[in-house]
Design a protein. Sequence first.
Length: 346
Amino acid sequence: GISSTLGGQAFFIPSDPEQTENQGGIGAGFYSVLAICLVFVCVVLHELGHSLMAMNFGVKIRDIVLLPIGGVARMESLPEDPWKEILIAVAGPAVSVLLAVLFFALATITQGASVFFQSPLIGQNLLFTLFAINTFLVIFNLIPAYPMDGGRILRGLLVWKAGWIRGTRIAVVIGQGCALLFILVAFMIQHYMLAIIALFIFLGGRAEEQAMVLRRNLQDIPARAAMLTPVQVVGPWDSLGEAACRYCHSAQNDFPVVEGDSVIGVLYQPDLMKALRQLGPSTEVRRAMKNSFNWAGPDVPLGALYQMLLSGGQSSIPIMEQGKLLGLITLDQINRFNLIGSSSRN
């Protein structure tokens, strides 16, 4: 499923009460609210274009978050084929192009072509406002400022020649150059929202570059090389108080729940804390544990496990072989392993 979360999206669409009255008696306040709601719909449709294309390639979408830069369709993984990334990046602006054409056609049919020669239009003519906003979304998002759509298209093209790590680094440098230019322009025209957008681009590109380098460095390393071992476990009939005691005296946040030789669940730290508050320390672990969880074999690449953990489904992954618990992988454990590896390489 795909969910939408309203973030820091900010649109200001002015309206003239006299104009809105002349357009059918719609009050200025109602007009503004309607226009802003339709803008949000256009942004969501833009992100749905990305999402549906990604889902067509088997990529899972966590949600859609609306931001000052237009929105982000958060994916659980990235396609390995750069051509697929290009198609996913193009899909959003393609939807905005279709919407711009639609609103242009509706304005021409209902009000005549002469409507486009009237002034002012934005904020007073709803169809023209929506046409202009979708046109802006196309142009702005195709600027080659990674991680925006244009930057992702550029990265996809660079990957074919330079590989994922070097291609991403070049795209990030170009994107950060665009961000610095945005900041300069923002102060020249005193439009400080553009500076905030530039900050998103600058920091977002850097974060994605670091994540990409980490995934690539880990892709050939098996889980057994970095897993936490030995693993502290709890039984389903142990009390939450006993589990809390082990939490306090170990480096683990999550605890596999073992009965006999089988792992039957995982007690995650948030569930432990919630159950302690609501049910009390004498409650059995089985009432707070998760019965459904992902596990992996010892030879699964750390890069794949890192992506699984980033998806937010669970905070740790038990490493098992033939039903026997061997170790535990967490983001903290992967970062510790990578830090040691980076120090050794340097």
